[in-house]
Structures are given as structure tokens and as C-alpha cells.
Design a protein around this ligand. Structure first.
Ligand code: SF4
Ligand code: SF4
Length: 370
């Protein structure tokens, strides 16, 4: 695989200890690693589940994963007290972090407030066209699929970026999530420039096809390479605005999907009663959940899964596959640091430790590049 890309200039060059530490105990004693590991360990208590808050949306996007499968037919529960009771029960079974999605959660603000009253750490996935009350203190992820011309074509919404910025510029909860498709790579720079001009934070997502998707947004290996170069250049050029790391770029644009690289721990792929397979649930808007269908992006094709939300659990869960060398562990720490900065309100991104990440395939093969 090709990782010979221009390195972000703001990232520190990898330290070169001599002799190279070979055991994990030695690796975690290296000063830069020890400090970062101590910082992220404070968040090891996070236990996530996701919730479709409503089946309604105010736009209709090509390739939307929500309107695939039968979850869209759930009968919405609209009583805040019912949601409050669910979240109390979720807290009691150990859930500490919630991801509120849907269709469009901003359309049900009373339910968001009810949830926030019970579990205060979480994130909302929104299209950013309706303001979420300030009283809801979750991170808000605003989906961006290109410039306004592209959004009008693919999402059938006019002036989308302009309206999102009008609503969320200056809001400390907001992170704009630019989803790279095969068709919008070139326009990403203009969009990030616009966001940066307004002081907005941005991270990157890769379009991940739903099962049976036949449209034109699915990536090819060449488009993945081009996307990787684009994200690295944007990370280099907008270090204050872009929340990303070189290893994030490598992991999400590899020819292999996240599942093929790291083995997905969500119940859909891991029916075992351990780790995320035991604790994670994906609730539909009628408050039901199905273990066999549970993951953060249900109905997505696992063989094409490069979704940022999926990676936040899949890659972070695999610490033990990233301990083969100091730089492999630094890459993983950068990934987790990025994940926390994107998902946890109030967590600030640190400078990346590893400018040139180790190939993600090493996490699958245990150290050899096939
Ligand atoms: S805004 Fe989100 S939920 Fe609504 S159609 Fe688009 S992708 Fe689907
Ligand atoms: S779509 Fe992604 S997150 Fe969901 S089960 Fe498949 S690999 Fe895991």
C-alpha cells in the first residue's frame, strides 16, 4: 500500500529511541507516549450505545443509510418521559456515552433534552439545518457532503453549507463532518477553507455504501488514494481547524474496509457476549433493538465500511494490535486523541505524535506486510 504521502508539517517527527523498545511495558515508558496515554486513559470508562430519535428528516440524501432496511418503518415514540425512562435504564446497565441519530434528531428537541438530563456525555448526528437548543450540551456533528452545488444535487437542499454555518459557526458543540465520496474530493479544499474562515472545526468521513448500493458515490481504490492525499494536505494546511491524524487517514482510506483490517467488535459482526458485543445496543425510534442488526451504521455493507463513527469504536478497541513498535502505538494514540476531540465535548486535540503512520495492515497481520 502507498503511504508515501506528504507529511503534515505540524506533526512532530517520530522519536527514534535506540535501541527500539520491544515490549509494551517499555513502549509506554517513552515520555511522549506516556503523557498521551495518561491523557486518553481517563476516557476508558466510555461505554457507547446509539439511538434513532426519529424517523423523520427534512431532506432526502442519495445513499442515506437510515432509509435502507426496515428501521425507517419503526413507529416513533414521541413521549419524552418514555425516553427518560430508557436512558435511566441505559445508565443503570453501564452506558456512559450516547450517540443520538436518526433520521434528523434536531426535529425532536424535547427528546434530546430528556436524554441529556439522564446521560450528559454524547454526540448528535445532524444535517445542521435546524438549531439544537443550547441547553443540550452534546457534541453536534454536522454532515457535509460537498459544496452547495453538490449538496443541492445529492441532498436536494439549497445553500446547505451556508445555512449550516449561519446556524453553527461559533457554537463550541459543533464539528462539521465532511464525507468524502468518489465525486467530491476536489471540492473539499474549498469547503474546508470556507469552514476555517468562519472558525469551524471539521473532521473527515468516508462514504460507506449500504448493502446493495449501486449508485455512483462508492469509492474505488484510486479514489481512496486521492482522498487520503486530500485529507493529509488539509490536515497540514488547516491544523487548527481539522481534527484528524495521519493514521486516521491511512485507516479510513485503505483498500480494505475497517472490518477487514481490524475485525469489527459491534454485535452485528460480534455476537459474542464480550466487549462492545455485550454492551452496545442500537435502538430504533420505537425504543426496540435487535442484537443481530446492532452497530453504529446499520445496513452499511461491512466490506465497504470506512465510516468515521464505526472507526471510533473499531480502531480504538484494538489497542492490543498496535503495540508492535513505538510508532505503531503513537499512530493508535493519535487516532484515539482525534476520536476524543471529535466526540467528547470539551476534549481538545493535541498535536499528532506520528507524522507518517505505520500501515494499518500491520494491525491485522501481526507485523508483516503481505
Ligand atoms: S440528512 Fe441524514 S438522515 Fe436525513 S436523508 Fe440525509 S443522510 Fe439521511
Ligand atoms: S457496517 Fe461497519 S460498524 Fe457496522 S457491523 Fe459492519 S463493519 Fe461493523
Amino acid at each position: 500500500m502507498d503511504l508515501d504521502v506528504e507529511a503534515p508539517t505540524h506533526a512532530k517527527p517520530p522519536a527514534a529511541p535506540v535501541p527500539t523498545p520491544s515490549s509494551f511495558a517499555e513502549i509506554v515508558k517513552l515520555p511522549d507516549i506516556a503523557a498521551r496515554f495518561a491523557r486518553i486513559r481517563r476516557y476508558f470508562f466510555l461505554r457507547e450505545s446509539t439511538y434513532d430519535m426519529t424517523s423523520r428528516c427534512n431532506v432526502r440524501c442519495d445513499g442515506c443509510y437510515y432509509y435502507e432496511g426496515d428501521k425507517q418503518n419503526a413507529r416513533d415514540v414521541v413521549d419524552p418521559e418514555a425516553w427518560r425512562a430508557l436512558f435511566r435504564a441505559e445508565k443503570a446497565r453501564g452506558i456512559t456515552f450516547v450517540v443520538l441519530a436518526g433520521a434528523e434528531p434536531a426535529l425532536v428537541p424535547a427528546l434530546l433534552e430528556a436524554c441529556y438530563g439522564e446521560i450528559s456525555l454524547g454526540a448528535i448526528a445532524s444535517n445542521g439545518l435546524v438549531h439544537i437548543p443550547d441547553s443540550v450540551g452534546y457534541r453536534i456533528h454536522i454532515s457535509v457532503w460537498g459544496d452547495d452545488a453538490t449538496s443541492e444535487r445529492v441532498r436536494r437542499a439549497k445553500r446547505m453549507l451556508e445555512r449550516q454555518i449561519e446556524i453553527y459557526a461559533g457554537d463550541p458543540r459543533a464539528v462539521f463532518v465532511y464525507t468524502f465520496t468518489r465525486e467530491n474530493i476536489a471540492e473539499s479544499r474549498g469547503v474546508v477553507e470556507t469552514l476555517a474562515k468562519h472558525g469551524c472545526k471539521v473532521t473527515f468521513n468516508m462514504f460507506s455504501a449500504t448493502v446493495g448500493y449501486r449508485g455512483s458515490l462508492r469509492h474505488t481504490p484510486a479514489h481512496l488514494d486521492e482522498t487520503r492525499r486530500a485529507t493529509l494536505e488539509l490536515l497540514r494546511d488547516f491544523p487548527e481547524q481539522v481534527l484528524f491524524s495521519p493514521y486516521s487517514a491511512a485507516a479510513h482510506t485503505d483498500a480494505l474496509s475497517l472490518h477487514d483490517l481490524y475485525s469489527c467488535p459491534y454485535p452485528r459482526q460480534n455476537q459474542g457476549q464480550f466487549g462492545l458485543g455485550r454492551s452496545f445496543r442500537q435502538y430504533r425510534s420505537d425504543l426496540t433493538w435487535v442484537r443481530e442488526a446492532s452497530c453504529c451504521v446499520p445496513d452499511t455493507d461491512c466490506a465497504d465500511c470506512r465510516h468515521y463513527a464505526a472507526g471510533s469504536a473499531i480502531v480504538t478497541a484494538r489497542m492490543n494490535r498496535h503495540v508492535g513498535s513505538p510508532d505503531q502505538f503513537r499512530s493508535w494514540l493519535d487516532y484515539v486523541d482525534t476520536y476524543l476531540a471529535v466526540w467528547v465535548q470539551g476534549y481538545g486535540k493535541s498535536p499528532n505524535l506520528c507524522a507518517v503512520p505505520v500501515p494499518p495492515i500491520l494491525a491485522r497481520t501481526g507485523g508483516t506486510i503481505p
